[in-house]
Design a protein around this ligand. Structure first.
Ligand SMILES: [Zn+2]
Length: 112
């Protein structure tokens, strides 16, 4: 096994799959961790990104389909700075979305 950290989206997706399914990495005989719901699994990834700086902070989980994506390449982030026809976007829509998963009525979002 290599000691070089794998910090690409594909590796983080494999880690997410490990956290959320029964699938084990190759050569692992046994599992002690219970599989986690996607939001809990992503919280671990978020900690590795934001608190430890071990993973790029551009990997996000889509609010709609719960799949991971690289926000440098795709997707829309909706937060307190987002505007829709000049008005703030309601908090219930805040978060990260694949472009194709973004609800139709939010497709005209403007970011500051
Ligand atoms: Zn999605």
């Amino acid at each position: 096994m290599s000691c070089d950290p794998k910090t690409d989206l594909e590796s983080v997706e494999e880690f997410f799959e490990y956290l959320t399914t029964d699938k084990l990495p190759e050569h692992w005989a046994r599992r002690w961790l219970r599989k986690l719901p996607p939001r809990q699994a992503f919280e671990i990834i978020y900690y590795l990104q934001e608190e430890l700086g071990l993973l790029p902070d551009t990997f996000e989980m889509c609010r709609a389909c719960r799949a991971l994506f690289d926000s440098d390449r795709e997707g829309t982030c909706i937060d307190s700075t987002s505007r829709l026809r000049g008005k703030p976007v309601p908090m219930k829509y805040w978060g990260n979305w694949h472009d194709e998963c973004l609800p139709e009525r939010l497709r005209e979002i403007e970011d500051d």
